[in-house]
Design a protein around this ligand. Structure first.
Ligand code: 9L3
Ligand code: MG
Length: 133
């Protein structure tokens, strides 16, 4: 597999504790700065998506997670990238904004009202369901 015929994956993590979801506020690029996202990033060559979720959350939030099932639909990005969301469970540490402007925990009502990055908005119904509506 050369990678040419497969989309390169960007992973995003839905960390849920109780009835709240962890969101992170982007600092870049300028058009996304200030908007909120499920934290994550690009899968590196040779890395599994689950490994990438684990690495990205260590880098971005300073926490260790176990990676669970996929949620929501694939989101096609530019340049042959595809964005996918996975459940993740905190197993060590307290999330800190090491690569974001801020972090917050939102319930279903707050999630519907917060300014999410456009790419993550399609997951809203799935996330609201996971948060118990
Ligand atoms: N992206 C969109 N939603 C997300 C994440 C983690 C990423 N929840 C988009 C933003 C960037 C690209 O994917 O265009 C790569 O993400 P990053 O490496 O800048 O976090
Ligand atoms: Mg990132």
């Amino acid at each position: 597999m050369t990678g040419r015929t497969r989309d390169r994956e960007v992973v995003a993590a839905a960390v849920i504790q109780g009835r709240r979801l962890l969101l992170a506020q982007r600092t870049r690029p300028p058009e996304l700065a200030g908007l909120w996202e499920l934290p994550g990033g690009k899968v590196e060559p040779g890395e599994s998506p689950a490994d990438a979720v684990h690495r990205e959350l260590l880098e971005e939030l300073g926490v260790e997670v176990t990676v669970g099932e996929r949620i929501g639909a694939d989101v096609p990005l530019r340049d042959g990238l595809v964005l996918r969301a996975y459940r993740a469970e905190l197993i060590r540490g307290t999330p800190r904004a090491l690569d974001h402007a801020a972090l917050c925990w939102v319930d279903a009502r707050e999630l519907r009202e917060i300014a999410l990055v456009g790419n993550d908005r399609g997951w809203l119904p799935d996330l609201v369901t996971l948060l118990g509506g």
